[in-house]
Design a protein around this ligand. Structure first.
Ligand SMILES: [Zn+2]
Length: 117
């Protein structure tokens, strides 16, 4: 059984707990999700157990009375049980956790929509 991580709407991945030995997995490991929940598009899946997501937002520029598009990138932990499911281009929901490495403090929770094929 996957643990209920206490975030409404997040469905645990359908894998057996013994298949996921990731201690940093909120569903099968010991790491808990607390703090912020956010979402972004996966832009890189190069490093092990990690994805880079891009978050787009608009910033109002008063001088020109217009919005400009900005984005930030965020490194997120990709658990073993989700690593096959998440691909580049997917929109994913991520939750804040304790620091997992120097640059990671967020964990991928679920895929919201798939990317363009
Ligand atoms: Zn897991």
């Amino acid at each position: 059984m996957s643990k209920n991580i206490g975030i409404p709407g997040v469905v645990p991945p359908k894998v057996k707990p013994e298949e996921c030995k990731d201690l940093s997995c909120p569903f099968h490991g010991k790491t808990r999700i607390r703090g912020k929940i956010t979402q972004g598009i996966v832009v890189s899946k190069k490093s092990k157990n990690t994805v880079i997501i891009r978050r787009d937002y608009v910033q109002f520029i008063r001088k020109y009375q217009r919005y400009e598009r900005r984005n930030t990138r965020l490194a997120c932990h990709l658990t073993e049980c989700l690593s096959n499911e998440i691909e580049i281009g997917d929109l994913v929901r991520v939750g804040e956790s304790r620091k997992i490495s120097k640059t990671k403090a967020f964990i991928v929770l679920e895929k919201i929509t798939g990317g363009a094929v």
